[in-house]
Ligand binder design. Structure first.
Ligand code: HEC
Length: 153
């Protein structure tokens, strides 16, 4: 690797590490709203196949479950930076204005999800339906309780 490549990579690494901060401060509300909705939809995309397996609508598939749990664990960290100041409006949104009045409580809900998803990944590594049922329930409880408080119908 020559010096130029190393510089380019270092620059890229820096750009990547700064990106979330810059995004959180500079984007228009409508961009933030679309971003967070996309991530939340991606969370659901991964929750649905796991729900089908837990309910018994689909046979339990260890590899699929672990993949979905792993993706969800990543996504669980990503949506919250999209709740930028002032983005309670600017595009169609179901985010309640209460979020910005009580960011601490909202963050608690976000943290609850982020505490639950690594446990789901660990259970998915065990690789049995019995192991994942409880932790999956914890995850969906974390989704629902935040929606109850902070998402309008
Ligand atoms: C910390 C609070 C919180 C948690 C935890 C949470 N959500 Fe949400 N969710 C919201 C809010 C607020 C909205 C409305 C966002 C908007 O419209 O701007 C939303 C919207 C959504 C939407 C609709 C997105 C769209 O297209 O408009 C889906 C789907 C969704 N959430 C799925 C999930 C799933 C699945 C989980 C759990 C794995 C989850 N959410 C966890 C707060 C949360």
């Amino acid at each position: 690797m020559n010096k130029k490549t190393i510089h380019a990579l270092a620059g890229l690494a820096l750009a990547c590490s700064l990106a979330p901060v810059a995004a959180a401060q500079d984007v228009k509300p409508e961009v933030a709203i679309r971003y967070r909705q996309a991530i939340l939809r991606a969370q659901l995309w991964n929750v649905l196949p796991m729900a089908a397996m837990v309910k018994g609508d689909k046979p339990f598939n260890k590899e699929q479950f672990l993949l979905r749990a792993t993706y969800l664990d990543q996504l669980a960290a990503m949506a919250w930076e999209g709740f930028t100041p002032g983005s309670d409006q600017g595009a169609p949104t179901r985010a309640k204005p209460e979020i910005w009045k009580d960011m601490a409580k909202f963050t608690q809900h976000a943290n609850a999800l982020q505490a639950a998803t690594p446990k789901l990944v660990a259970a998915a590594r065990v690789g049995t339906l019995e192991a994942v049922k409880g932790p999956f329930g914890e995850v969906t409880k974390a989704c629902d309780s935040c929606h109850d408080d902070f998402r309008s119908k």
